[in-house]
Write a protein that binds this ligand. Structure first.
Ligand SMILES: Nc1ncnc2c1ncn2[C@@H]1O[C@H](COP(=O)(O)OP(=O)(O)O)[C@@H](O)[C@H]1O
Ligand SMILES: [Mg+2]
Length: 223
């Protein structure tokens, strides 16, 4: 069983889109793929999207064991909601899914150093869940700094990522940063870029996302 944790350099960089596209691509390849969003803040949209992409039917309490209502960092949202985040609940849900699927695509929440509870951060979920890491960064201006900071945090915890995907948040011709960032980040970090995920139209759903992923991202380097 492979667990792949989709770690973002920030919130809003495209973790959900890329995680959904990866799940859809694995499904298209005939792999039994499950999805998980261990902690959500602000609603079930991400896990519902991932569920659709993977074509799975597990109950939401398993797919998204910690569901916080407010779009805040989990520690703050939990404290405002009077909720104690139970890490064991996350582990148990992961074990249920781990028995059922050959691959699990797990989406983090926000960036790697977002606190979940106390001094336990999103990055600590990776080791707790025994997952491998795929980093998603925005493709354009600002990506170098955010990517390198995230990769340094992973390195400090001796986590070697499978690679980094640069996700486009706008269409049109590639800008200079979008063209040059993958090479710059690769040379500075040694972490291999797996491709630039293009900006897709809103009607690009599961099948389309799978095809886009397989066309632009080197799946062989992930599997
Ligand atoms: N490649 C893309 N093509 C089109 N829209 C995208 C793409 N990546 C992200 N978006 C849009 O940008 C917003 C943030 O992306 P999302 O995947 O939700 O980020 P995250 O999960 O990192 O917070 C969403 O509205 C999403 O639909
Ligand atoms: Mg998301």
């Amino acid at each position: 069983m492979r667990s792949i944790f989709i770690a973002g350099t920030d919130t809003g960089v495209g973790k959900t889109v890329v995680a959904g596209a990866l799940a859809a691509a694995l499904r298209l390849k005939g792999i039994r793929v499950g999805v998980m969003k261990p902690v959500s803040c602000g609603g079930p949209e991400d896990i519902l999207f991932l569920k659709k992409c993977a074509g799975v039917n597990d109950p939401l309490e398993i797919l998204n064991p910690v569901a916080l209502k407010r779009p805040l960092s989990p520690n703050v949202a939990a404290s405002l909601e009077g909720m104690r985040i139970d890490l064991n609940k996350i582990k148990k849900a992961r074990d249920v899914l781990g028995k059922k699927y050959d691959a699990l695509v797990i989406e983090g929440c926000g960036g790697l150093l977002v606190p979940i509870k106390g001094k336990f951060f999103v990055i600590d979920l990776i080791a707790m869940l025994g997952a491998e890491t795929l980093v998603v960064s925005r493709a354009g201006l600002g990506a170098i700094n955010h990517s390198l900071l995230s990769l340094e945090a992973l390195k400090k915890r001796k986590i070697e990522p499978l690679g980094i995907i640069f996700n486009r948040l706008s269409g049109g011709p590639l800008s200079i940063p979008e063209k040059t960032n993958p090479g710059v980040v690769h040379r500075a970090s040694g972490v291999r870029p797996l491709g630039v995920f293009p900006f897709v139209k809103t009607d690009c759903k599961t099948g389309c996302l799978a095809r886009v992923f397989l066309k632009h991202i080197d799946l062989k380097k992930i599997l």
